[in-house]
Write a protein that binds this ligand. Structure first.
Ligand code: GAL
Length: 410
């Protein structure tokens, strides 16, 4: 029974036997396990999560499907939309709001301020928070690392030394998939690594020309081409779970990817085989993406009730802990006991809070936390093309970025 129907006085189980179609891009084993947990949790309350999963990490495919469905007037009840793009959808009038749940459950005080801000449009809560991912993750195969006798690399010279050892052992030094979003995800961690949150924000948030033409940014581009040299030839079309599988099975030594990798390892009961660390030089940084879902309006009242129930359920402490444990992300609530989290998650949770307090969080470019879709597309496209021709002079790439960003801002 939710607050709304109590206030509206027409709670009857009948009104709950509702189907809620949920469109999202969670198709890997770990992602599916987390979604399945939510499905079961909602089913306990008579709500049927009708799954509309669209394959493709990072969500590009899902967003294309969502846009065409909305244009056809066939919006789902709920959809995974993340970052400032939520504002655009709300401004277009597509989204329902659920202040009644948010205020009744004190979201303004129980959620991280960064999360709170993301969920609201003109003072109305128009999105439901799920979890916070840390993207500057370095994942290392434990057994292979032990064989090298080396420590987890904190700095790039140590990273390349370890990579050489892995190569000499006949395994893939750095496993990766050559997809635009994966390349952008890797690259943004390098910008944070060489220039810290200040360069990161100057480039991706302020689109500052001086920062894009800077030596530090050039260094990040050179680092990307160096890292490609540590990869195997089979990277084309490889998905991130396929890369994680090679890492878990000891065919690769390292992977740089968001902590959805942790969710995958949990689903495979392989967390003991791979350790989580930070991309070199970013041990105290948090490059984040926050998973959220919006609720489309103009649906039957019972669906609206289901949507409210969904919002209420998602922020419950037990649901937050269980869902995020499966997904590899960390809770959106401020009042979580860190001991309730895994070792990896404790680091992410602590760093998110610390960097939030200092104003040094790094919102993901590749996962739509910082820029408009147009700006994101410019960076993703230019970086992906550079990754295909890594010997290209980096100054050319910097100048191309400045030119292309200028052209979309005319
Ligand atoms: C991100 C999303 C994560 C994760 C990842 C890989 O954009 O926020 O939840 O699933 O894509 O698909």
């Amino acid at each position: 029974m939710t607050l709304l129907c109590l206030l509206q006085g027409f709670c009857s189980l009948a009104s709950y036997g509702e189907d809620l179609e949920v469109l999202h891009w969670w198709t890997s084993d770990g992602e599916r396990a987390a979604a399945l947990y939510l499905q079961d949790t909602l089913a306990e309350q008579g709500i049927t999560w009708v799954d509309a999963a669209i394959p493709g990490g990072g969500g590009e495919g899902a967003m294309a499907v969502l846009k065409s469905r909305v244009l056809q007037g066939a919006a789902p009840a709920a959809a995974q939309i993340i970052g400032p793009d939520i504002q655009n959808w709300a401004a277009l009038g597509f989204l329902g709001h659920f202040n009644i749940v948010a205020l009744a459950h004190d979201w303004p005080n129980i959620l991280h301020p960064t999360v709170n801000q993301l969920l609201q449009y003109q003072g109305q809560y128009v999105a439901v928070p799920f979890g916070i991912h840390r993207i500057n993750g370095l994942w290392v195969n434990r057994a292979l690392l032990a064989e090298t006798g080396l420590a987890v690399p904190q700095h790039w010279d140590e990273f390349f030394t370890l990579a050489e050892k892995f190569r000499a052992m006949g395994v893939i030094a750095l496993v990766h998939g050559n997809e635009p979003w994966q390349n952008a995800t890797l690259f943004e961690t390098l910008v944070l690594s060489v220039g810290g949150p200040s360069l990161y924000r100057a480039v991706f948030e302020q689109l500052d020309e001086t920062a894009i033409l800077s030596d530090s940014f050039a260094q990040a581009l050179s680092l990307l081409s160096q890292l490609k040299g540590l990869m195997d030839p089979e990277i084309n079309g490889r998905t991130w779970p396929q890369a994680t599988r090679l890492l878990a099975d000891g065919q690769a030594g390292m992977q740089i990817m968001g902590d959805w990798v942790g969710g995958e390892l949990t689903a495979w009961q392989a967390s003991d085989r791979v350790l989580c660390a930070s991309v070199p030089e970013t041990a105290e940084e948090h490059l984040y993406s926050i998973d959220t879902m919006v609720m489309f309006k103009n649906l039957a009242v019972s669906s609206y009730q289901g949507q409210l129930n969904f919002a209420e359920t998602m922020t419950r402490t037990d649901v937050q802990l269980n869902y995020n444990r499966l997904k590899g992300s960390v809770p959106v609530r401020l009042d979580i006991e860190p001991e309730a989290l895994s070792d990896c998650a404790q680091i992410s949770y602590r760093l998110f809070k610390a960097n939030q307090a200092q104003g040094t969080l790094a919102p993901s470019l590749a996962h739509s936390m910082v820029a408009t879709a147009e700006v994101e597309d410019v960076f993703v496209k230019v970086i992906h093309e550079f990754f295909q021709t890594p010997n290209r002079p980096v100054l050319q790439v910097q100048q191309e970025l400045v030119r292309n960003l200028k052209s979309i801002r005319k």
